[in-house]
Design a protein around this ligand. Structure first.
Ligand code: IVH
Length: 700
């Protein structure tokens, strides 16, 4: 598609900069915060590069706390945070060989070195893992931090101690009193394959690539888990040092090796740009055969005095640069486009490909992102397509590679019905009139692709709140065909009575637990209307909108009639829904879509024959603890445990006896012991009695 080149005004640059910054931030959080990259490295680097160009053209855009100033995402809440004594920065990138010469020339210019003066530069593989800072005091490992956001990292000392590759003591008579070694924690390809085999056997999720596996393994709350995961380490940099043991980077690396730290054998000291490029090519040629993933070669000015003079620009040193490998590409035939339905009803197109090897991996599927993307690229079933794999993300289709004489198939038409349940699939329009890129199935209650998640939501605390019917039980009952839709929950006891395969005979059950489960279900046969509405999981109908609707409509039937009639956008019914205080167009449309679907109406009707819908429940309170699960542990001084419990419940909270991931707040008094420990391990909110009284509105 031809693009018209408009002159770049500051205003236009500012808009583009803001958009880039937001998307870089989101990718950073996905990559560093959740170990789950959302774009290829090449695409990410492209975004960063464009950001840099804009900032170079309009320096005012480079705000000090902007994305080009920060590295990675803020450290997670799971671990103790510790400030880096010396910030852990990142590297600038080059992609083209011509830029290698430019890097060397830039360094010379900055230092005022004539072309004939020697400028040795180290070239080292860029290891695809996660960077880590190891602090040794008097030769003993005392602290290990992840990079975090570059300024503050996570304390992973206990986990790092389980790595054979990391010495607990440095050996040598020249080890400085304080010595912070930095390098990459990574997982070898064989260890990665073995780990994924074990994960799959245990029915656990597999990791997308060794980098994610390394990050996931290092950031475990239980160091025993890290210990079982075989992580490796290469030292290639340093932070705080009380004495500098060498005058060159290569000398430092040799010293690290002498002290017992693993260093990479493929590092080479090069004399000039040609030498660097030759080494880059040889590393790239050997890349596939290496036992670990690398994504480029890092060039570092060897002389530490030069490094000190060169210093840093924003997030990267002037004395080093990463020469990245290009993303790997291949062409193959697009055999089919399958549409998958996600657990929330989103329809995602997946390209089925004739198997092709891209960067040493056989690729048979690739993402096509969404409907607009297919149209924009105009890829059609039967086309030859270019596929790109950037190491760590799902392969992508770049576009068709057309043979000018061969005939093509028809343009692809994205389905407007859900392939899993046949319900209408729609694209929402938001309040600003923007059409959602994602098409969604409207058959939430009946769609098998969504059923389990919907049932979990239906039974959840703020909906039907059925004790004993948690996520695990729902998954297993659904898997065995015992419940498909909400109404089935209420016929479970009757069917179980008639059935030969009793629930009581299932593993993990007994007569008592089944009796309790059935009693819990019975107890929910009468439910306030707002909970019924919330439990249906209609898009945009959360707790608040459910209450608004329950307040407005005298019965479920009255709501159904209006919502069904609201299918016609110009109808009075639609206007009535839109006019409900606080509701608006988007919710009105979502209701019309939901009740416009015969499957959903049938599911609601079936449910209503089983239950009695009561008037909306009184708002528990606008208290900050309403709807929260609270555990009290240890002693309380200003009220008894019973009193505290009653107060919490009157504020709309639920009081539980044990700490779990579902707990929201733990009120810990003196002598709280193991419950508090567990809460802290789970990263829950732990408060003392004074803070509790404050929250409960009885403070001071
Ligand atoms: S030097 C101030 N050397 O790449 C310079 N980094 O894109 C510090 N990396 O955060 C980095 N191999 O996680 C350096 N031989 C190497 C590397 C390397 C991998 C990673 C590291 C860094 C990232 C920068």
């Amino acid at each position: 598609m031809p693009t018209t080149a408009k002159p770049l005004t500051e205003r236009r640059a500012r808009t583009e900069h803001a958009r880039l910054a937001a998307s870089i931030k989101a990718h950073d959080i996905a990559y560093h915060g959740h170990d789950a990259p959302t774009v290829s490295d090449a695409e990410y680097d492209g975004l960063r590069r464009r950001l840099g160009e804009l900032e170079a053209a309009f320096p005012a855009l480079a705000a000090p706390a902007g994305p080009s100033d920060s590295v990675g995402a803020a450290p997670s809440e799971k671990f103790r945070h510790v400030r880096h004594k010396v910030p852990m920065l990142s590297l600038g990138n080059v992609f083209a060989e011509a830029e290698v010469g430019e890097f060397a020339a830039r360094v010379r210019r900055f230092l005022g070195l004539p072309t004939e003066a020697p400028l040795p530069v180290m070239a080292e593989p860029k290891i695809d893992g996660l960077s880590c800072a190891l602090r040794y005091e008097a030769g003993r490992l005392v602290l290990a931090l992840t990079r975090g956001d570059g300024h503050e990292g996570e304390d992973v000392t206990a986990n790092i101690r389980t790595l054979d590759a990391v010495p607990k003591h440095l050996s040598g008579d020249d080890v400085p009193a304080v010595c912070e070694v930095r390098g990459e924690v990574y997982m070898t390809k064989p260890d990665f394959a073995a780990l994924n085999r074990r994960q799959a056997e245990a029915g656990k999720p597999v990791f997308a690539n060794p980098r994610n596996a390394a990050a996931g393994s290092l950031r475990q709350l239980d160091p025993q888990v890290t210990a079982g995961r075989s992580l490796s380490f290469f030292a290639y940099a340093w932070g705080e040092l009380s004495a500098l043991p060498a005058a060159t980077h290569s000398g430092m690396i040799a010293t690290f090796a002498r002290w017992g730290l693993p260093t990479n054998p493929l590092a080479k000291l090069c004399a000039d740009a040609d030498d660097l490029i030759a080494h880059y090519r040889s590393v790239e040629a050997g890349r596939a055969a290496l036992p670990y993933d690398i994504d480029g070669v890092v060039y570092k000015v060897d002389d530490l005095a030069y490094q000190a003079r060169l210093g840093f620009v924003s997030r990267a040193p002037r004395w080093a640069v990463a020469h990245k490998f290009p993303a790997e590409r291949a062409t193959t035939r697009l055999l089919a486009i399958d549409v998958q339905v996600g657990r929330t009803g989103s329809l995602t197109p997946v390209a089925r490909l004739e198997p092709v090897t891209v960067g040493g991996v056989v690729v048979t599927n690739a993402t096509l992102h969404n409907e607009d993307e297919i149209a924009r690229k105009d890829v059609r079933v039967g086309d030859r397509v270019a596929v790109q794999r950037a190491g760590d993300v799902i392969p992508q289709i770049l576009g068709p590679v057309l043979d000018p004489v061969a005939p093509r198939g028809e343009p692809y038409v994205f389905p407007d019905h859900c392939p899993a349940c046949g319900s209408a699939a729609i694209r929402e329009v938001d309040a600003k009139g923007e059409v959602d890129v994602v098409r969604r199935c409207t058959g939430g209650l009946v769609c098998p692709a969504q059923a389990v998640e919907r049932l979990k939501h239906f039974c959840s605390r703020l909906a039907f709140d059925i004790e004993g019917l948690g996520d695990k039980q729902i998954e297993s009952f659904y898997g065995d065909g015992l419940i498909h839709a909400p109404a089935d929950i209420f016929t479970l006891a009757a069917r179980d009575k008639r059935s030969l395969k009793k629930i009581a005979d299932r593993e993990g059950y007994g007569a008592t637990s089944v009796r309790n489960l059935f009693a819990a279900i019975e107890a929910r046969r009468s439910v306030p209307m707002n909970r019924v509405l919330f439990g249906l999981g209609i898009r945009h109908v959360g707790e608040t909108n459910a209450r608004r609707l329950a307040r407005h409509f005298p019965s479920m039937e009255a709501l159904r009639q209006i919502a069904e009639a609201a299918g016609e956008p110009a109808s009075e019914a639609r206007a009535e829904l839109q006019a409900i205080e606080g509701l608006g167009d988007v919710v009105a449309e979502a209701l019309a879509d939901f009740f416009g679907e015969a499957h959903n109406r049938a599911a609601v009707e079936a449910l209503l024959t089983e239950i009695t819908v009561e008037p909306m429940e009184a708002i528990a309170s606008s208290s900050p603890v309403a709807g929260k699960v609270i555990v009290f542990t240890g002693g309380l001084e200003r009220m008894t445990r019973d009193e505290a419990k009653a107060r919490a419940e009157s504020l709309g909270a639920k009081v539980a006896g044990t700490v779990s991931r579902k707990t929201d707040i733990v009120v810990a008094g003196p002598g709280s012991g193991s419950k508090e420990t567990k809460a802290r391990e789970l990263g829950l909110m732990v408060i003392d009695e004074a803070a509790w009284l404050e929250l409960a509105g009885a403070g001071a």
